[in-house]
Design a protein. Structure first.
Length: 116
């Protein structure tokens, strides 16, 4: 009689352990998936920001007369400078150039610059 109840207790403990471990694994996988999605979003945002900053550096060093927005591409001397541009405006005022630019990949990012 003692052996049967002992086996039942061991089986019950095993079932409880499996349930607890299953819950832990499910929540860990959910957390990992959420973390992966957030990291992917941050990566795309940072790549877009880097593209904008490199464009800013390029524009500071080059002439604005050869820059054209065509088919959502920013083109400089018939070469694509930046893709997926939704808005590009620049105004020359004395020695300053005011630039308003937006790009859209997964997320839209807009920047306003004042260049010399």
């Amino acid at each position: 009689m003692i052996r049967k109840s002992y086996k039942a207790i061991i089986l019950f403990e095993l079932l409880i352990s499996i349930v607890i471990l299953s819950i832990i694994v499910i929540y860990s996988l959910n957390f990992s998936f959420t973390l992966y999605q957030q990291n992917n979003k941050n990566l795309q945002l940072n790549i877009s920001k880097m593209d904008l900053e490199s464009t800013k550096l390029f524009l500071q060093e080059n002439n604005f007369t050869n820059i054209v927005l065509k088919d959502n591409n920013l083109i400089y001397n018939n070469n694509i400078l930046l893709n997926n541009v939704t808005k590009f405006k620049y105004i020359k005022n004395n020695n300053l150039i005011f630039v308003d630019i937006c790009i859209k990949r997964k997320y839209e990012i807009c920047k306003n610059w004042v260049l010399n």
